[in-house]
Design a protein around this ligand. Structure first.
Ligand SMILES: [Zn+2]
Length: 257
């Protein structure tokens, strides 16, 4: 199985990322996509990917938090991002997106900055990892108008209606540990209607450890619990879902090139 979204460069993995990767491999995880949030973190993510070639893959983007931190210097940050991506070593642009929960920047500015990065990704032919919080309607509308982009809605925790709006335009949906939580019936309902060729799993480590690890620091090895919960929700054999999500991750991020 493949953990399509983790933050192995996060401070919570300081001194432990290599061991966490070893535990993931021992648990049957064959690859991890580690997400660089901001240019500096992207450089660290790429270093980690180089050290674990073929197992760890890196992305980089200016997520809503990095974008807010850049403030009026966003143009400089965007230029540095384009340079870093141009130098190679990344499998996707992201995470990037809209966050209306924290409303870090005015929504119009969030959208502008997000769309510039969508265009950047399309221009260099990389898929996109989307962060979206309480902004599904605007997100679906923006993605619909950017038909050159392909990618994944990461940590999808919406219901069936939101899932449909992304599936209709060909996007992948990635489920995280939330799908294992007792009260997450809507998310499990959404997981049931995703076609087998559009579904992915992730941990979002170090956040959101799945049950029965809830409350612990999350790590890529735990993706097995998410995979099992999604399979149970779909009434599907775990091995079938494991092969499908692995093939989907390899295809979307072009891990075999
Ligand atoms: Zn993330």
């Amino acid at each position: 199985m493949i953990d399509t979204h983790c933050h192995l460069t996060h401070a919570k993995f300081a001194g432990d990322a290599d061991d966490a990767i070893a535990r993931a491999l021992a648990a049957g995880v064959t690859a991890c996509v580690t997400i660089g949030t901001g240019v500096d973190d992207g450089v660290r993510a790429r270093e980690l990917a180089h050290r674990h070639a073929g197992v760890v893959f890196a992305t980089v983007g200016l997520d809503p938090f990095s974008s807010r931190a850049a403030g009026p210097a966003f143009d400089d940050a965007h230029r540095a991002l384009a340079e870093l991506l141009g130098a190679g070593g990344f499998v996707a642009v992201g995470e990037i997106g809209l966050d209306y929960h924290y409303d870090l920047d005015p929504r119009k500015i969030q959208a502008e900055r997000f769309e510039r990065q969508l265009d950047l990704a399309a221009g260099i032919d990389l898929p996109v990892v989307i962060h979206v919080r309480e902004a599904h309607d605007d997100m679906a509308a923006i993605l619909k108008s950017h038909s050159r982009n392909v990618g994944v809605i990461h940590s999808f925790t919406g219901g069936p209606e939101e899932a449909e709006s992304y599936l209709a335009i060909g996007w992948y949906l990635a489920f995280n540990g939330v799908v294992t939580f007792k009260n997450a019936n809507e998310v499990r309902e959404a997981a049931r209607l995703v076609p087998l060729d559009r579904i992915l799993v992730e941990t979002d480590s170090p956040y959101l450890a799945p049950s029965p690890k809830r409350g612990a620091r999350c790590e890529p090895a735990f993706v097995v619990h998410t995979l099992q919960a999604v399979a149970a929700a779909r009434g599907e054999d775990v091995s079938i879902l494991e092969s499908a999500t692995t093939a989907n991750a390899r295809a979307l991020f072009r891990l075999d090139r």
